[in-house]
Design a protein around this ligand. Structure first.
Ligand code: BES
Ligand code: ZN
Ligand code: ZN
Length: 500
């Protein structure tokens, strides 16, 4: 896993720090520590702020270098906007903004004074700020051999958060660190190129959650064949790299027999489209077609690392969609594990074939309380929702509204889309039980209708994350190509609704 910045908490004594970050609210209102620095420096901070037109608005900063009268070399005043009504996500974003400012100046060591005009941040607020630092601090530079700093990998940042109750903040931070690790694992997996990360390598990486007490099983093709997962295996047959399915079980609830919440991920390590091949332009992005599986892996890590009191199951279907001499052809008919037959009209609509068997398997074997699957399933969802919202399809209103709420709370936003018999009709086939594509319109909805045919009565939600989980938008807490979409969202869902 990519190294995270080191964060520690200390009391509000900042005497020895070189770079100090202070929070400023509108109309230049400062906390007590910042006020005292200003006073000792003969009013340099406020003077600089005024000279620079800095008022303490959100996303603005003012830097003061070598102020006289104090030991600190550099004071970074970071505007946080009005303190009243700030949400947990606002503190995470603020942490991200601070990290962005430090990164822009190549500052590796700093003390952040977690104090506003009305006193110290509380433990949760300071811990949220620390989470933002970690998330923004992520960089994927494994393959960069030339760096600004020379040949050495950049040293990792060492940050201190000065807060009134450092021990309490640290305790709250532990949970967030687990979460940041989960997000980091997901980001790493999505960022890795497909030559490095095939199904076998992915399965090995996912298996590392066993170190945290997660019980892991890896199914190889022979085992999947015995289970009759021929929809999944049909996708994999054009690749020299064999398929894998990884089953991760976390037993955190009091009773091992409590039915689990289940998370299922599409893990197409590379999607060429197969014989229905994709155009060359932009195809490199298809190394991210396993973002659903990456999210499930990161989520299982986060839940186990924070010892969540819940039984959770993660299942990922790992294949590569390639077009060799043994590849599946358009027109082929495969028999899924459910017994339903599928006419493969387009070999590029492969994610649903993988999920068909994974969803069926999860219900049959584990009888989960509910299931959520994540997949970079359709280009159509990007046409509909762009990169801001992931598509949510659900057979259960309560689960849908919980997911929407978790999305709002974490900024990993979801927009509910229709599951409707009219879309389902589109995938009826003349020769098999169904075909794997519908009409040219509403492609995200016909894909969802397809998945629904492999889901029984269990509360279920399908998240189409093609627009959000790769080639991601930049944000306060994300700089990279992959943002680890879904880990924070689902961790929140579990925490708010499924823990005992
Ligand atoms: N992996 C793609 C979907 C995708 C597209 C993900 C762009 C991320 C960015 C999926 O397997 C696919 O190819 N879907 C086809 C379905 C079509 C053939 C019905 C699509 O969306 O074009
Ligand atoms: Zn495809
Ligand atoms: Zn795909």
């Amino acid at each position: 896993m990519t190294d995270l910045p080191a964060v520690r908490f200390a009391g509000l004594d900042i005497a020895a720090a070189e770079t100090v970050v202070v929070l400023v609210e509108p109309e230049l209102s400062l906390g007590a520590q910042a006020k005292s620095l200003d006073k000792k420096s003969g009013g340099q901070l406020l003077k600089a702020a005024k000279a620079g037109g800095f008022l303490g608005k959100r996303k603005t900063v003012c830097e003061v270098l070598g102020p006289p009268g104090i030991d600190q070399q550099r004071i970074l005043m970071v505007g946080r906007g009005p303190a009243a009504g700030a949400s947990s996500q606002d503190f995470i974003d603020l942490g991200g903004q601070i990290m962005g400012q430090l990164q822009a100046r190549k500052i590796k060591k700093a003390t952040i004074v977690a104090e506003g005009s009305s006193g110290s941040l509380d433990a949760n607020e300071a811990a949220d700020l620390a989470l933002g630092l970690l998330l923004k601090g992520y960089t994927f530079d494994l393959y960069k051999t030339t760096r600004d700093e020379g040949d050495q990998p950049a040293p990792k940042a060492e940050l201190t958060i000065a807060v009134k109750s450092p021990d309490a903040a640290h305790e709250q931070f532990e949970r967030r660190r687990a979460l940041a690790e989960g997000v980091t694992i997901a980001r790493d997996l999505v960022n890795e190129p497909a030559n490095v990360l095939g199904p076998v390598e992915f399965a090995e990486r996912a298996s590392r959650v066993a170190d945290l007490g997660v019980e892991v099983e890896v199914l190889e093709p022979a085992a999947m064949d015995a289970l009759k997962m021929h929809a999944l295996l049909g996708v994999a047959q054009g690749s020299v790299r064999p398929a894998r399915m990884v089953i991760m079980q976390w037993f955190g609830a009091e009773n091992r027999r409590t039915r689990p919440v289940a998370f299922i991920g599409k893990g197409v390590v590379f999607d060429t489209g197969g014989i229905s091949m994709k155009p060359a332009k932009g195809m490199e992005d298809m190394k991210g077609d396993m973002a659903g599986a990456a999210c499930v892996t990161g989520l299982m890590h986060a839940l186990a690392a924070r010892k969540a009191p819940v039984n959770a199951l993660g299942v990922i279907g790992l294949v590569e969609n390639m077009p060799d001499g043994n590849a599946q052809r358009p027109g082929d008919i495969v028999r899924s594990m459910s017994g339903q037959t599928i006419e493969v009209i387009n070999t590029d609509a492969e994610g649903r074939l993988v999920l068909a068997d994974a969803l069926w398997y999860v219900q049959e074997r584990f009888k989960p309380k509910m299931m959520v699957n994540l997949c970079t399933l359709t280009g159509a969802i990007m046409v509909a929702l762009g990169k801001e919202y992931a598509g949510l399809f659900a057979n259960n209103d309560r689960l849908a509204s919980w997911l929407v709420e978790s999305g709002q709370a974490t900024g990993e936003k979801l927009w509910r889309m229709p599951l409707d018999p009219a879309y389902d009709k589109e995938i009826d086939s003349k020769t098999a039980d169904m075909k794997n594509v519908g009409s040219p319109y509403g492609g995200a909805c016909t894909a969802a209708a397809f998945l629904k045919r492999f889901v029984g009565d269990v509360p279920w939600a399908h998240l189409d994350i093609a627009g959000t989980a790769m080639a991601s938008n930049r944000s306060d807490i994300n700089d990279g190509w992959s943002n680890g979409f879904g880990v924070r969202l689902l961790d929140r869902l579990v925490q708010d609704h499924y823990e005992s």
